[in-house]
Write a protein that binds this ligand. Structure first.
Ligand SMILES: NC(=O)c1ccc[n+]([C@@H]2O[C@H](COP(=O)([O-])OP(=O)(O)OC[C@H]3O[C@@H](n4cnc5c(N)ncnc54)[C@H](OP(=O)(O)O)[C@@H]3O)[C@@H](O)[C@H]2O)c1
Ligand SMILES: [Zn+2]
Length: 368
């Protein structure tokens, strides 16, 4: 039931920001009675939608919700779902994720005081991915950034001729697509578009697709590339410098590509400006997929919240092969960026390394 609620929360193509994605299922004796999801900022809440279908009466039923139901607070525009759940006679509420913000987290107490049995924590990690970008944005004023690449065991992401090829196994590949499903946007440099011509979509059946974003100061994204040619079916945003050639902008816009001109310093697009442009477009969880130049710029700017590194059991070698993080780097081993909460998981024959970078004494971001 909770897995279903998580799927429902993902249904809207556009996230309902500044409200969270939420899904809800009402069930009795293993049978689904009704379902709801928060479709848009001004649409009813997921719990409201599910309760409305039952005439706001569901005695003895259980509600499964991905996020703690809302409570009354000054200025609130809609009826509080926690109160509606009590009034409907619901017996039990299963919540994946407690609400993290003070003043918005009284839903549980309201339901308990109303006689509803409340449980939390079921499928909490996936539920946290649903709201990670939004809550990070509320805490920090910028989108959450996860940086991901696949590399050989000797730490290389492409051969000297930059020809595309497979690095990870099918499990590593599936993880990459799961992350695209979780993200609002996936960002690559134009070098990756030119070398790999990626589709940047989510290949798993039933999964949602992120907005595709190319960092491309001089507008070199070819109109014949997959991201440009398919822009009418899936949103593609190209971030360029304000003086990028007009005729290239027109050619891309004809295909449905959104071109956003950013202030550039010495031909450089600052990661903070790129993130601000993405926040304006409702992209609050950004998956940076490379290549090396892009990873280098985000690393040098200290604007990554989580690294996700897929390591394949193979060696490439070669001084001219490409390593993952370009840019200036730290220059000195004593200045390395530590990875907090460093973890290893198995992805079939590959390994997944995860860590939250601690840039210059700043606190690492909370991880979903
Ligand atoms: N294994 C993996 O997971 C993985 C993932 C992605 C890509 N790759 C590989 O990586 C290679 C491409 O990497 P790459 O480093 O050449 O290309 P890239 O990072 O994809 O793009 C680099 C290009 O974009 C420009 N650029 C990117 N961000 C910019 C910014 N913020 N401001 C200004 N310019 C910006 C760069 O300009 P400058 O020249 O001025 O830096 C350069 O022209 C390909 O071989 C691809 O197969 C591997
Ligand atoms: Zn609500």
């Amino acid at each position: 039931m909770m897995a279903r609620a998580l799927d429902l929360a993902r249904r809207p193509v556009e996230p309902p920001y500044p409200n969270p994605r939420v899904g809800a299922v009402i069930a009795r004796d293993g049978e689904v009675l009704s379902e709801g999801w928060h479709a848009a900022y001004d649409a009813p809440h997921a719990e409201y939608m599910a309760l409305e279908k039952l005439g706001f009466r569901a005695p003895g039923a259980t509600i499964y919700v991905t996020l703690e139901p809302c409570c009354p607070f000054p200025g609130k525009r809609n009826p509080a779902c926690s109160e509606l759940i009590v009034a409907a006679g619901i017996a039990r509420a299963v919540i994946a994720l407690p609400h993290p913000f003070d003043g918005e987290n009284r839903g549980r107490a309201i339901m308990e005081e109303g006689g509803v049995k409340v449980e939390t924590g079921l499928l909490a990690e996936e539920a946290e991915w649903l709201v990670a970008g939004l809550f990070h944005y509320r805490r920090t004023g910028r989108p959450m950034v996860a940086a991901k690449w696949a590399m050989t065991a000797d730490g290389l992401i492409a051969p000297p001729d930059r020809k595309r090829g497979k690095i990870s196994s099918s499990e590593g590949f599936r993880f990459a697509h799961l992350m695209r499903h979780r993200a609002d946007a996936v960002l690559v440099g134009v070098g990756t578009v030119l070398a790999d011509d990626p589709m940047l979509d989510c290949r798993e059946a039933g999964f949602s697709h992120p907005v595709r974003v190319v960092a491309d100061p001089r507008l070199e994204t070819p109109p014949g590339s997959k991201v440009a040619a398919t822009a009418r079916e899936r949103r593609t945003v190209v971030l360029c410098a304000e003086d990028a050639p007009q005729e290239r902008e027109r050619a891309l816009e004809k295909l449905g590509v959104e071109v956003a001109r950013l202030r550039a310093r010495g031909g450089e697009l600052a990661p903070s400006d790129m993130l601000a442009a993405l926040a304006e477009r409702n992209c609050l969880l950004v998956l940076v997929e490379g290549g090396a130049s892009v990873h280098g710029r985000f690393f040098d700017a200290g604007l990554v919240d989580e690294y996700m590194i897929v390591v394949a059991p193979k060696l490439l070698g070669g001084r001219d092969s490409l390593h993952p993080i370009g840019g200036k780097g730290r220059g000195d081993l004593a200045q390395c960026v530590p990875l907090a909460d460093f973890r290893v998981e198995r992805l079939g024959e590959d390994l997944l390394l995860r860590g939250r970078p601690v840039f210059d004494g700043r606190r690492a971001t909370r991880r979903p």
